[in-house]
Design a protein around this ligand. Structure first.
Ligand code: NAD
Length: 265
């Protein structure tokens, strides 16, 4: 079985903005046709990413749905195969984060974080995995973890639990899928400046302000030392670009830190 197919098609979820958008653009630069998946409310942003990829001379398709719903993930894979003839890379990047102290955490909030960040990854592994096995030409599955997948974070117990869950999913799926030349890995960013971390209007950052002020506030809020630097979405995209290359075929089941030294486990 060939690890790297002739036709190269990548799906990136949560690709309307932030890290997912950077991954979609980078994989397009590297020759992939791209499916940009995000929530229906992100139509305008998704269309802008589609145009940016087409401007690079690659094919792009926007697909709308919720990664936590099985029917939507099934339809995402179906539309990808219909449009581009196959699926070689699945990047289960979509995730949500809402800071809440454990003492105030509601069941609804806990369940919604687990639904998107953990169940959404399970569904991506299952349905992208089935498609890749059926194609018989291997594949690559990447998952957004976090430093919070390795270490608890202040006011992020539900988020951290959901990201720890991705590691169990990734490790088990990597063992089950390696016989098919499918690798499964996750990237674990530290602080990366995206709309997720730069809430411009909420109480965390005290309203709109300079990036430097926001970074300082995030550090204070998340209990991070102030000398921890923030990374860029493009830096995370560079790691993903490596992991989908043929030369990364021996890397599987890993949760790879990309965090400027925030943590080293
Ligand atoms: P972001 O909020 O900027 O972008 C996430 C995208 O996912 C959004 O476009 C959103 O609409 C989409 N999305 C959310 N729920 C969805 C759902 N149910 N179905 C489909 N799409 C959905 O976030 P980001 O900072 O780019 O983060 C991307 C991933 O990286 C997330 O999984 C996040 O947890 C993880 N991460 C981010 C950081 C960071 O510092 N930014 C650090 C560690 C991990």
């Amino acid at each position: 079985t060939q690890v790297h197919p002739v036709s190269r098609v990548a799906v990136v979820t949560g690709a309307a903005q932030g890290i997912g958008e950077a991954i979609a653009l980078r994989l397009a630069d590297d020759g992939f046709d791209i499916v940009i998946a995000d929530l229906p409310g992100k139509r305008g942003q998704v269309e802008a990413v589609v145009r940016a990829i087409e401007a690079k001379g690659r094919r792009a398709l926007g697909v709308f749905g919720d990664v936590s719903l099985e029917a939507d993930v099934v339809s995402l894979v179906e539309k990808t195969v219909q449009e581009f003839g196959g699926l070689d890379v699945m990047v289960a990047n979509a995730g949500i984060y809402r800071p809440t102290p454990i003492l105030d955490l509601t069941v609804e909030e806990y369940d919604s974080m687990m639904a998107v960040n953990a169940r959404g990854v399970m569904l991506a592994l299952k349905h992208a995995g089935r498609q890749m096995v059926e194609q018989g030409r291997g594949g690559r599955i990447l998952v957004a973890a976090s430093w919070a997948a390795k270490q608890g974070i202040v006011n992020a117990s539900a988020y951290s639990a959901s990201k720890f869950a991705t590691r169990g999913l990734v490790q088990s799926a990597a063992l089950e899928l390696r016989q098919y030349n499918i690798t499964v890995n996750s990237y674990a960013p530290g602080l990366v400046l995206t709309p997720l971390t730069l809430h411009p209007d909420d109480e965390i950052n005290g309203g709109p302000g300079s990036t430097a002020m926001k970074v300082t506030t995030i550090h204070r809020y998340a209990g991070l030392p102030n000398n921890i630097k923030a990374g860029t979405p493009e830096e995370v995209a560079g790691l993903v670009a490596y992991l989908v290359k043929p030369e990364a075929r021996f890397v599987t089941g890993q949760c790879i830190n990309i965090n400027g030294g925030l943590g080293m486990d």
